[in-house]
Design a binder for this molecule. Sequence first.
Ligand code: PEP
Ligand code: MN
Length: 365
Amino acid sequence: MMNIIDIKDWGLGLSEHVLIAGPCSAESPQQIETIAKGLKGSPVELFRAGVWKPRTRPGSFEGVGAEALEWLQIAKDILNVPVTVEVAKTQHVEAALKAGVDVLWIGARTTVNPFSVQEICEALKGTDIPVMVKNPINPDLQLWLGAFERLNKVGIKKVAGIHRGFSDPYEKRYRNKPEWSLPIHLKRMIPGISVICDPSHIAGAREIIGAVSQRAINFGLDGLMIETHHDPDKAWSDAKQQIKPDTLKIIYESLIFRENVDEHPEMLNELEQFRQKIDLLDTQLLELFAERFKVIEQVGDYKREHNLAVYQPSRWEEVMESRIQDGLRKNMTEKFMKSLLFAIHEESVKKQEAQLKETRPLTNA
Ligand code: PEP
Ligand code: MN
């Protein structure tokens, strides 16, 4: 069991719907000042700026470096909020701590590497600075979880996650495809942890930042980190996905925050009736599945007796086609139908393969 202190109790005045904003990269003291002034009057609670930038290929802007840490004080003075930067190695941590940075974050390209995460943890020993951990670039919950465990082992309890999507070469719509089930799993595995969404790195394009933010809220995520720049097109990194402070204000105002039903006993009562119906339907569904698998077993016996292949492509195609059509008529999406059918089929094939290896005498086939 991990021992964690949630964002609201970091002593930095952060709320349960924390908004983190600021540029992808710190570029100059003037840039920090202009952006901070633009953010005045917005609900920003934590100011971000990348000082060391992990770039996929060398030659692009790799951040101003430690010198830029001092500029963050400008944002602190203007906005009266704490500041956060990304760290990836010992020198970053040491410089950030020395400069009085309030919160650190570990980037997606660092979370994938346990050596780097461990190095950061060693440098953090003896401090209690809050650390936010972005998900690794691949959807590996264990790696993400491992980073929190390493932090906890060196005594860092003030932690939060950031969902920034996952790299997927086939994905067209997003720069980094969101996988909403992962932050939900993480919240289940580390009770009490906040997971913030970074719609900027998920979207990769400023036009869909608002839509991704709303989805994050709908999935119960705890806040947003949005890259903000006074002149986004001229930003030195991630130009396409940055938005102006005024746009951030408009997006934020348009968001609909949903309340947690646990805080409304009267609604909980009404919901309970629907939930009981769902529980019953789920039991019936499982009974039907179990029955279906029994028939599958009989088919398996028949195939074993007649030396037939477990996988019969023509039958499978016919099943897929007819069930998908049926599902569509009943208002279910093709994507849902396909994943459901694939899961059923995979389980059936596995069962029949196991049967082929059995020596049990054939019964009714
Ligand atoms: C960033 O926040 O600017 C950044 C580099 O993000 P990520 O680690 O999610 O790619
Ligand atoms: Mn960025």
